[in-house]
Every structure is written in C-alpha cells, then in structure tokens.
Design a protein around this ligand. Structure first.
Ligand code: UD1
Length: 346
C-alpha cells in the first residue's frame, strides 16, 4: 500500500511522527508532503529536525496569505502532484488550511482520505478551523475519532466509517523523555502562556486586554510567541513589563512540554496545548468562549475564560485529584494504520 500524508503546520509535524513510525513497522510505503503553510524555522524546520522526519516528497512553500489564496495555492500544487503519483490513500490531520486543501485535492481525484482527529467540534462556525474540520469530515472515507465524544459528534451528523482510535498526541506524549521532572504545583513559580489565534491577536483592544491581565498576575509569565503575536504587538505598539511577561521564540515540542510540566498553570488559546496540559495533569485557562476539547473541562482541569476574569484566583486554584482517560492508550497510530490496511489494503 502506498500512503501519502499531507501536513504543513507546527502541530501537524508532531502528529506525523507516530504515523511514520507505525507505517515503517508495518512495511507500508508512506510519503509526506509539506504544504509550507508554516515556514518560520521555529514553527517548521526545527520540529522536523527534532522528530528526525524523513525529507518530504515535495514542499509547496505556499507561505502566508488570506485563507482563499493559501488554500488555492495548496490545492493546485497538490492536485498536480497527486495526478503524477499513484497513492492508494491520503492522510490528513486536524483542521488547518493544509488539512482542507489536502482533503479537497484527494476528494476531487477520487482518492480515499483518512482524517485523523475527526469529529472534533467547537460549535463556533466563525473559526476557520471549525469550517475546515466539518468539511474534511464530510468528504473523508475513514474517520479516526480521538475520543468517544468525537465519535458521537460524527454519528449525529450522519457519518459512518468511524473508528475510535484514541488521540495521536497522546502517542507522542508517551514517548517524551522529559528534561526536568515537575516541581509540583506549590513550588512552580511561573505561568506558561501561548496566544496565537486571529480573534485574540488581530484586534488591538483584545490583545491589550490579554496583556494587561497577564501582567497583573503574581507569577512571571513565560510566553513562547507565535510570529503572528510578535508582529501584532509591534504593529499595535503594545507595551508591557518584559520582566513580568517574558517573551521568547516558540520552543521545540519536548521543551514546550517540559515548560508545561514545570509551570504553575497554562493560559492559552491553542487547542493542542489545552489537551497537552490535561494529559500532563496541569491546570489550564483557555482564553476563548468555547473549546473543541470539552473533555478537558472535567473537574475544572481546564476553564474557559475569554476575558481573563478572576485570573489570579484561577491560576492559584488547586489541581483536581481525579481525571478520566479520554484520549486512548498511546497506540492510536497503530490502530489507524491497521484499519487503513484492513479496509483499503486489499
Ligand atoms: C494555523 C492553523 C491553526 C493552528 C496553527 C498552529 C489554519 C486556519 N490555522 O494558524 O489552526 O492552531 O496553525 O500553529 O490553518 N506566520 C509566520 N511564520 C510562519 C507562519 C505564520 O510569520 O511560519 C505569521 C504570518 O503573519 C501569518 C500568520 O502568522 O499571516 C498566521 O499564519 P497562518 O498559517 O495563516 O495561521 P496560524 O495562526 O499559524
């Protein structure tokens, strides 16, 4: 069987790793294409190196742009490549514009599609990611749902060919060799924060509101910053106490998880980081109105707080004792490739 993964953003390079390993152990031919949606070294090259990924068959180098422009450039390049090469199935991951373009290109050519992280819903159709994930689920041939709730979301939309695989990010997390052990909540002196979404960064007032709230915390805030955030802070001329909010480049995956592990608490608008905080048993505050990972809200491990109200209290709340195992057993990639082979291999 000849499989092709299509990726192009930071979290997708991370998700690709367990699939590459599992394909190797099953002797499947597996190639990947980089759309080049992310191109800054800290968002792409450094992760590719960290995970020792083989070279992609192609890098489309689409870069940034409006959603239509970005998706269209990917679609054109992907269709050309898929017509020249015979793949039995295309694998797409998550909900980015690279996911949408990969699925659309394969779908138009009648190539089966496996969607990893299917069935995730935030309910907010204003988010580009929500549109992407819904469209991709409805044109995919095989839907790999990370959680039971995701299975139910897909069933409610009348979809079938659903496999409850567990979460591939949990596979990755099981293999991380942490540099430092957690200090425990009491002695952790910093809060880890990431803010990158358009709805939080692209308005001056909104970004100012977030930074003023972070600045007022008792703890120092460590903030590995996405390029979009750095650009907006500069463009809007937002000033803040840089001793209090310490901004640095995005970290490689292991170092980021290490920071989560050592932090007092996580404050983020990232979908992936909410889940990683939960998996590492770290309390989290999500700077959004809704989450696509409602499982993390259990026992208030994660709390939705778009306007960062009562932030000091929330940061200093006690960690819950209990937690359910929502995200599988760390073998999602093996389950995914076994199913792909069973259904399309013969
Ligand atoms: C994308 C995904 C988002 C995901 C995130 C992971 C979509 C619609 N969104 O958001 O779901 O959480 O990746 O990180 O696909 N930029 C750079 N260098 C880069 C990439 C981006 O400077 O390598 C800057 C550019 O100004 C660009 C902006 O960041 O316009 C936004 O980049 P884009 O790829 O559109 O979306 P992300 O915010 O990265």
């Amino acid at each position: 069987m000849k499989l092709l993964s299509i990726v192009g953003t930071r979290p997708q390079y991370v998700k690709l790793k367990p699939i590459i390993d599992a394909a190797k152990s099953r002797n499947l031919i597996h190639d990947w294409i980089d759309t080049g949606q992310h191109y800054s070294p800290s968002l792409s090259a450094e992760l590719i190196e960290e995970f020792n990924l083989p070279l992609p068959k192609l890098n489309l180098m689409v870069g940034s742009g409006t959603h239509g422009f970005q998706t269209a450039r990917m679609l054109e390049g992907l269709e050309f490549f898929l017509l020249e090469n015979n793949y039995d199935l295309v694998i797409v991951y998550g909900d980015t514009n690279s996911t949408l373009a990969g699925a659309l290109a394969a779908s138009k050519l009648g190539i089966p599609i496996a969607h990893i992280e299917a069935g995730i819903r935030s309910g907010n159709m204003d988010m580009p990611e929500e549109k992407n994930r819904r469209i991709v689920d409805h044109i995919s041939s095989l839907l790999f749902a990370p959680t039971q709730l995701a299975v139910e979301n897909l069933e409610k939309e009348g979809l079938n060919s659903i496999v409850h695989s567990g979460d591939i990010m949990y596979d990755v997390l099981q293999k991380v060799d942490f540099k430092t052990k957690s200090d425990g909540d009491e002695s952790s002196t910093f809060v880890l924060s990431t803010i990158h979404r358009a709805e939080n960064c692209d308005s001056r007032d909104r970004l100012e509101e977030i930074f003023r709230s972070l600045e007022n915390l008792d703890q120092r805030v460590f903030l590995p910053a996405h390029p979009r955030l750095v650009q907006r802070l500069d463009e809007f001329g937002i000033t803040f106490d840089r001793e209090k909010i310490y901004i640095f480049d995005p970290q490689n995956h292991r170092d980021l998880l290490d920071l989560v592990n050592r932090s007092k608490c996580v404050i983020t608008d990232s979908g992936g980081l909410q889940k990683e905080a939960f998996m590492l048993r770290k309390i989290c505050i999500t700077v959004r109105h809704e989450t696509e990972w409602p499982e993390t809200l259990e026992y208030r491990w994660n709390v939705l707080n778009p306007h960062l109200e009562n932030l000091t209290e929330l940061v200093n709340r006690e960690s819950p004792m209990e937690q359910s195992a929502y995200f599988g057993n760390g073998h999602a990639a093996e389950i995914i490739l076994r199913e792909i082979e069973n259904r399309f291999g013969g």
